[in-house]
Design a protein around this ligand. Structure first.
Ligand code: GLN
Length: 542
């Protein structure tokens, strides 16, 4: 199979939330640092076509790729760790598989035949596994299988992987099984039984694990490694410890220590192209752990209880903190809890405020009150998507004096619809994948703070919205001092706003958080954290 990519499948056992995404991204990072061309894809066993219609409470953040796919948040980890771009081919769900097969059946592609899980569904899964081969000459394609081995909905994926491995020859692929080794404090012992069972479960479905990655709170002794090796049918070197880490960014370095990359390369008989260079990663982690300063940033949104809801924003803060050698303490504030009476006590010790993206009217008045506080008190402010739209509404109400100005998303009959539905959205009725999605160009006006930050006339950022700044209000907003400094060159849609008589006040219609990576922290986040640090230095906290 010369020149074909090698395939690595990552499965999970014992429990969910063990961090298959982080292990996959860490391995990808190590292989990439050795000069290999790598990508990662994720298979999700749920029946939704994509997570775009899912509430963040259900599924965490919906990550948007540059080609406009609404995908699983693990794709964000892949991009942030590897500095690669993923696409809609990097995320497949059971919903997509069935939708494709059922559409083919309706077209008559299987005329006369019974359509079944095997072979029709498994064939479609296999074609999705291979779909990335057409994009680029990859050396290695990592496929993360969502869910836990033994779940009913995972079976077709496991069976498809079994067939796929048989078809491409076992030497061209391997299976990494990520499992949990629970520690029983009463017995003061790490237990291996659940791992033995989950490896057995995997074998029952026809897949042998080649490497076992063990999530553990305590170090593994060599006896324990031997025991796992013996019962799970792998060599001792293929038992990899994945000890709980302080930050997810430690994981590639921990996997390097455990020689996961070496074991993988040896098993797949691949020669690395260069010696692993992780110096910039190490510097990033060093800066992260040795900050010279710290800032407190208010994250104002309505899903703040669930960490995963704003994953990319939180990671962007970590990237920006590291380059600035500043520890970013994120202070989540539920937008519904903010009112005129408590805003000062909630916000007076913040060095910066980020108002998050979102949909629907819950909590928006709290967002508007917090934006007013940041504007009037000169606290660095970054508004993302809905956050930018709320900044426009706040300005219209409190500076221009347009009472009850609103977005038609929140109040369809508002007298002053400063934010309104985009023209091409007016007749859109279906919900999935119908927003303005993905990468679009934006022209930045020279002489503005934003231009100073990006140092570019034209940028490309990712989007996910239906509403926009209403053209009818451009004149009054501009006259009263708001600078509309970024617009789409084809449609003139307003993409960026800023306030010049404020130390740092920017709102963006797009989502900069999707493009921040370890190697390239996003310029807006970098500058925002720098402004918050300066603010703290200059004024101290009130
Ligand atoms: N609800 C707003 C819109 O659809 C903002 C979307 C967002 O914040 N992602 O335009």
């Amino acid at each position: 199979m010369k020149n074909s990519p090698k395939y690595i499948f990552v499965t999970g056992g014992v429990s969910s939330s063990l961090g298959k995404g982080i292990i996959s991204a860490s391995l990808g990072k190590l292989l990439k640092s050795k000069g290999l061309v790598v990508t990662i894809q994720k298979f999700d066993p749920y029946i939704n076509v994509d997570p775009g219609t899912l509430n963040p409470y259900e599924h965490g953040e919906c990550y948007v790729t540059s080609d406009g796919a609404e995908t699983d948040l693990d794709l964000g980890h892949y991009e942030r760790f590897l500095g690669i771009k993923t696409s809609r081919n990097n995320n497949t769900t059971t919903g997509q598989i069935y939708q494709t097969v059922i559409n083919q059946e309706r077209k008559g592609d299987f005329l006369g035949k019974t359509v079944q899980v095997i072979p029709h569904i498994t064939n479609e899964i296999k074609s999705r596994i291979k779909s990335l081969e057409n994009e680029k000459k990859y050396d290695v394609i990592i496929t993360e299988l969502g869910g836990t081995v033994g779940d009913i909905e995972s079976y077709p994926f496991i069976e498809a992987v079994r067939q796929f491995r048989w078809e491409i020859g076992e030497q061209n692929s391997l299976v990494i099984h990520l499992t949990l080794l629970p520690y029983l404090s009463a017995a003061a012992e790490i237990k291996t039984k659940p791992t033995q069972h989950s490896v057995k479960k995997l074998m029952e479905s026809g897949l042998n694990a080649d490497i076992i990655v063990c999530r553990t709170e305590h170090r593994l002794t060599s006896d324990l490694r031997k025991k796992i090796a013996l019962f799970c049918n792998v060599d001792v070197k293929s038992v990899i410890e994945s000890i709980d880490a302080k930050t997810i960014y430690d994981v590639p370095l921990l996997m390097l220590e455990e020689k996961l990359d070496k074991v993988v390369l040896k098993k797949l008989k691949i020669k690395s192209k260069t010696k692993a260079d992780l110096s910039s990663w190490k510097k990033f982690v060093y800066n992260l752990k040795n900050p010279k300063n710290e800032v407190s940033i208010g994250l104002i949104g309505k899903y703040v209880e669930l960490q995963d809801s704003y994953k990319s924003i939180l990671e962007s803060f970590i990237h920006a903190g590291s380059v600035n050698s500043v520890k970013v303490n994120v202070n989540p504030i539920h937008s519904e809890s903010i009112n005129k009476t408590n805003v000062k006590s909630l916000m007076s010790n913040l060095d910066g405020v980020l108002v998050a993206p979102g949909f629907g009217d819950r909590g928006i008045e709290g967002k508007i009150i917090s934006i007013e506080y940041a504007r009037v008190n000169d606290i660095p402010f970054l508004g993302i998507c809905l956050g930018m739209q709320m900044a426009v509404i706040e300005y219209a109400r409190n500076v221009i004096g347009l009472k009850n100005a609103n977005s038609t998303e929140m109040d369809y009959h508002t007298k002053h619809p400063v934010i309104s539905l985009m023209e091409d959205q007016v007749n859109v009725e279906k919900k999935g994948g119908t927003m303005r999605l993905g990468s679009w160009k934006c022209e930045i006006s020279k002489g503005t703070l934003t231009h100073d930050i990006y140092k570019k006339n034209v940028i490309k950022e990712r989007h996910r919205h239906r509403y926009e700044l209403n053209f009818n209000y451009i004149e009054s907003l501009t006259k009263s001092g708001m600078v509309l400094c970024g617009k789409n060159p084809e449609t003139d849609l307003v993409e960026i706003i800023e306030l010049p008589n404020h130390s740092w006040f920017i709102g963006v219609q797009f989502h900069p958080e999707y493009q921040s990576t370890v190697d390239k922290p996003h310029p807006l986040f970098k500058s925002f954290i720098k402004a918050a640090t300066n603010k703290k230095r200059t004024y101290g906290r009130k």
